[in-house]
Design a protein around this ligand. Sequence first.
Ligand SMILES: Cc1ncc(COP(=O)(O)O)c(C=O)c1O
Length: 435
Amino acid sequence: MTQDLSAYWMPFTANRQFKKAPRLLTRSEGMYYWDDRGRQILDGVAGLWCVNAGHARPKIVQAIQAQAAELDYAPPFQMAHPKAFELADRIAKLAPAGLDHVFFTNSGSESVETALKIALAYHRVRGEGSRTRLIGRERGYHGVNFGGISVGGIVGNRKMFGTLLGGVDHIRHTHDPARNAFSVGQPAHGAELADDLERLVALHDASTIAAVIVEPVAGSTGVLLPPQGYLQRLREICDRHGILLIFDEVITGFGRTGQPFASQTFGVTPDLVTLAKGVTNGTVPMGAVLVKDTIHDTFMNGPEHLIEFAHGYTYSAHPLACAAGLATLDTYAEEGLLTRAGELGGYFAEGLHSLKGEPHVIDIRNVGFVGGIELAARPGEPGKRAFEAFLDCYEQGVLIRTTGDVIALSPPLIVERAQIDRIVESIRTALRRLA
Ligand SMILES: Cc1ncc(COP(=O)(O)O)c(C=O)c1O
């Protein structure tokens, strides 16, 4: 039976190309998907940076099933259910000290909007309402809602959508292949790029700036690591000027870089952290914002019957998501997954960097279980060469991901050495036969 594929307008997809040669996944378990042709596909990207514990983990599956039968939904406004508090507590305990409060959302994009709104409202509540400006970074990805694309810095995601949010500016991105190509781990050069924030302070005055948002490791723009010392310097500049620092850890959260959060891997504590993806192992949509206690406490003022922060979603702290989240955190803890990328990251890095010298490869970047392999763009056809590598690997039974001409890898944290080898060798094979 041929399925009609026309009604579904697919997100971030070349719809016409896809529908001519569909790639349909029908089942998953552990490190593998199966497609509609019955082929087993090794997952080199944790679905979409989210299935950190691997697929169809029994504890998580059972928790979701049991929750659906016990309490399907509870309103999150002026009401709650116990697992929401339990999950918030568990997430806060994993986070750096001081990041003690959790606001639940349903996606990374919503977490970003929420964090930006908390930042603006915080300054207003404490009497510095002139701080309305939000600063992002070139090449940043913060989801697809209006706040996120305004502070984001990927032109293709911005140019179609009018004037975006007012009062936003951007610091420079940190990609510097001339000095840093083929760095293993954090690149040595570029800490001084954080000083770009001083330029914006000089231009706009600190009294107008609410917050700066950056990804500690930028993913969607093609895996860009923070140069050594860069995040520390950004933190110092924010402190000097009373600017809140937001880390968007939607992809780096939950073990991706070798610690529960990238802020721990890099030793820099922000004021707010946006999360999603790995919080439920990708099973039920959920996002969260971690908030510093001093920020949270600033809101807890005034008459007690009044709502302190006029924001939230019908599905904030959804019972199914909370049940999935708790079982996910159990699975991570029982199997030591949140630090496994630190333990096996060296092997992953060696595999990746063995691709240096293969055709078209102009840079390789890595941290924990994150890998970026940048290819030279084919003249006049940006992104096409990497996309062909993606298709080739898929035919070989390995799922990778590309963004522009960068192959981005983020395997589930349960990945074994032989599976790392297979991912790397599939890419090598694809590169050798690509034009
Ligand atoms: C850093 C970052 N922020 C935000 C998002 C948006 O998350 P979502 O697609 O769940 O809205 C993503 C998604 O990849 C991301 O990588």
